[in-house]
Write a protein that binds this ligand. Structure first.
Ligand SMILES: Cc1cc2nc3c(=O)[nH]c(=O)nc-3n(C[C@H](O)[C@H](O)[C@H](O)COP(=O)(O)OP(=O)(O)OC[C@H]3O[C@@H](n4cnc5c(N)ncnc54)[C@H](O)[C@@H]3O)c2cc1C
Length: 465
C-alpha cells in the first residue's frame, strides 16, 4: 500500500469505508480503469464482517449467515473465492424448517405434537399479517400490525401470548429493535430463498478477497466530505484529498452522529430518509463448553414465557468446528440493559437460563465472546432499522446520486430489498459503481475479473460524473 500524498491527489474516486460495500464499489470501479483509493478508519478491512481467531477459535463477531443461497451474489462470490460454507438454516428466526427444541414457560420441552401446533399458530398469524400490512397506517408499528393479526385468530390469552412473544423476539433478533419501535413494514424483506450457510473459516475471508489489489489506506478516519461541481474534497487524519467523486459507505450511525461532516448538507429527501433510519441494539454472546449438555440433533433451542424475555434462543454452532458452542443474542431492550454489565454478569445471566432448562449439567464455559457494536465509533450499532413513519423506499432514497454524481452513499442501509445484510452491502456497492460510471457493469466481474485491468495505456477514459 502506498502512502504518498501526491498519489492521493491523482485518483478518480475516493471510497470511504472498506466494508463489503466500499470494497465492492472500489474493486468494480478499478476494474473499469478508474484510479481508486479506499480510506478506512479501522486498522483492518471488512467493517461489520469481522472474524476473531484468538485461541485458535474462529468466531464471526459481525455477520455470520448468508440468508438464503439461491441467487445470492454473496454465495456466488464465496464459491468463486473457494470459501467453505456449512449449512445452518435458522438464521432468519424461522420457527421450523430445521429441528428446534422448543421449551414451554415452565422449562419443559414441547412434545412434537405441541411444537407442530405452536408453529402452525405462528404461520397462521404470518398469513393474516400479509393481508394486513398493505393497508397499515403510515406510522404503524410492527406491534400494531401483528396485534391486529393476532386478534383476528380469536384465541385464548395463553395461546395468543405464546405467538405474541415469538413476534417480539423476531423483531429483536432480525432487527435488534423493540417491536413497538420498528415500522410495520420493517420486516417486509424478511424472506429466505434457499438454505442458509455460515463460514467455518470466517466471513472475513470474503472481504480479504474483495480487498486484493486495491489501494486501501487503513487508520484514516474521514471527518469531512465536501462535494460540488468540481468533485469532492475529503479530509482524513488532517489530510485533504481531492477526486472527481466519492462513494461514502459508512454506517447510518456514523452519518447521523455528525462525526463525518458532509457539506453542503445532504439534499432534503436524502436527509429525511436518513432521519427515519436508526442503528439498532444487537450483540452476540458466544459460549464454548468442554462438553455438550443440550439436546442432540437440533439447530436451536428456544424457550417461551417470561424467563425467556431476553435469553430465548440458543444456536448450536458445534457442527462448525466440533467444539461445543452456543450462540445467543442480546437484542433490542436486552442489549440496552446489559450495556454496562461486566462480561461475567452477562454470562451468569445466560447460564441461569440454560440451567433452568438443563440443570447442573451446565458447566462454566471454557471461553466467551461478547460483542459491543453499540460502542464501536465506526459502526454505532449492528445495522439500521426502519423507525415509525419510515417506508421501505427510504433505503433506496439514500442512494440517489448527489451533486450531479460527485457524491454517492452506499452500504447495507441503502438497499431496499434486503437491507441489514452483507448482500445489501455488496449490491449497494455495485449500484454506486454503476451510477458513478453512468453505465451497467456485470456484477459477476466482482469475482470473475482481476482487481484491475491490464495497464497497456489504451483503456478507454472513464467517465466519473
Ligand atoms: C452482530 C452482527 C451480526 C450480523 N449478522 C449478519 C448476518 O448473519 N448476515 C448478514 O448478511 N449480515 C449480517 N450483519 C450485517 C452485515 O454485517 C452488514 O450489513 C454489512 O457487513 C455492512 O457492510 P457495509 O459495507 O455496508 O458497512 P460496514 O461493514 O460497516 O463498512 C463501513 C466501513 O466504514 C468504516 N468507517 C466508518 N466511519 C468511517 C470514517 N469516518 N472514516 C473512514 N472509514 C469509516 C468502518 O470502519 C467500516 O469498515 C450483521 C452485523 C452485525 C454487526
Amino acid at each position: 500500500m502506498t502512502d504518498s500524498v501526491d498519489g492521493l491527489r491523482e485518483v478518480d474516486v475516493i471510497v470511504v469505508g472498506a466494508g463489503v460495500s466500499g470494497l465492492t464499489a472500489g474493486r468494480l470501479l478499478q476494474q473499469q480503469g478508474l484510479r481508486v483509493v479506499v480510506l478506512e478508519a479501522r486498522e483492518r478491512v471488512g467493517g461489520r464482517v469481522w472474524t476473531d481467531r484468538s485461541g485458535g477459535l474462529v468466531t464471526d463477531l459481525g455477520a455470520s449467515w448468508i440468508h438464503g443461497v439461491n441467487g445470492s451474489p454473496v454465495a456466488a462470490a464465496a464459491d468463486a473465492f473457494g470459501l467453505p460454507t456449512v449449512e445452518f438454516t435458522v438464521g432468519g428466526y424461522q420457527p421450523d424448517s430445521r429441528p428446534i427444541a422448543h421449551y414451554s414457560p415452565d422449562g419443559v420441552r414441547l412434545t412434537d405434537e405441541e411444537a407442530v401446533r405452536y408453529v402452525a399458530d405462528i404461520h397462521a398469524v404470518d398469513e393474516a399479517l400479509s393481508g394486513i400490512l398493505p393497508a397499515s397506517a403510515p406510522d404503524a408499528s410492527y406491534r400494531d400490525v401483528t396485534d391486529e393479526a393476532l386478534a383476528a385468530q380469536g384465541w385464548d390469552d395463553e395461546r395468543t401470548q405464546r405467538v405474541r412473544e415469538y413476534l417480539e423476539h423476531r423483531a429483536e433478533e432480525q432487527y435488534g429493535a423493540w417491536i413497538e419501535d420498528l415500522a410495520a413494514h420493517g420486516l417486509d424483506d424478511d424472506s429466505i430463498d434457499g438454505h442458509e450457510v455460515v463460514f467455518p473459516d470466517g466471513y472475513d475471508r470474503l472481504a480479504e478477497h474483495l480487498a486484493e489489489g486495491l489501494d486501501i489506506r487503513l487508520g484514516r478516519a474521514v471527518d469531512a466530505v465536501e462535494w460540488g461541481s468540481e468533485g469532492v474534497a475529503v479530509t482524513a487524519s488532517g489530510e485533504e484529498l481531492r477526486a472527481n467523486a466519492a462513494v461514502v459507505t459508512v454506517p447510518v450511525g456514523v452519518l447521523r452522529s455528525g462525526d463525518l461532516r458532509i457539506t453542503p448538507s445532504l439534499p432534503g429527501p436524502v436527509q429525511e430518509a436518513l432521519d427515519r433510519l436508526t442503528m439498532n441494539d444487537f450483540e452476540k454472546v458466544f459460549l464454548r463448553f468442554s462438553a455438550k449438555f443440550w439436546d442432540e440433533d437440533v439447530y436451536a433451542i428456544r424457550q417461551q414465557g417470561p424467563e425467556g424475555v431476553w435469553w430465548h434462543s440458543f444456536y448450536d454452532l458445534t457442527p462448525l468446528h466440533g467444539v461445543p458452542t452456543l450462540l445467543t443474542f442480546a437484542a433490542g431492550p436486552a442489549a440496552r440493559a446489559i450495556r454496562d454489565w461486566s462480561e461475567d454478569r452477562v454470562v451468569g445471566s445466560v447460564l441461569d437460563q440454560l440451567r433452568r432448562l438443563y440443570g447442573e449439567r451446565v458447566e462454566e464455559p471454557t471461553s466467551v465472546h461478547l460483542t459491543a457494536w453499540h460502542a464501536d465509533p465506526w459502526a454505532r450499532g449492528s445495522y439500521a432499522y426502519m423507525t415509525l413513519g419510515s417506508t421501505t423506499a427510504d433505503h433506496d432514497a439514500l442512494a440517489e446520486p448527489i451533486g450531479g454524481g460527485a457524491l454517492h452513499l452506499a452500504g447495507e442501509a441503502t438497499w431496499t430489498d434486503d437491507p441489514a445484510t452483507v448482500t445489501a452491502a455488496l449490491l449497494s456497492g455495485h449500484r454506486a459503481a454503476e451510477n458513478l460510471l453512468g453505465r451497467a457493469v456485470p456484477l459477476e466481474s466482482l469475482w470473475t475479473l482481476p482487481p484491475a485491468p491490464p495497464t497497456d495505456g489504451d483503456a478507454e477514459a472513464p467517465r466519473t460524473s
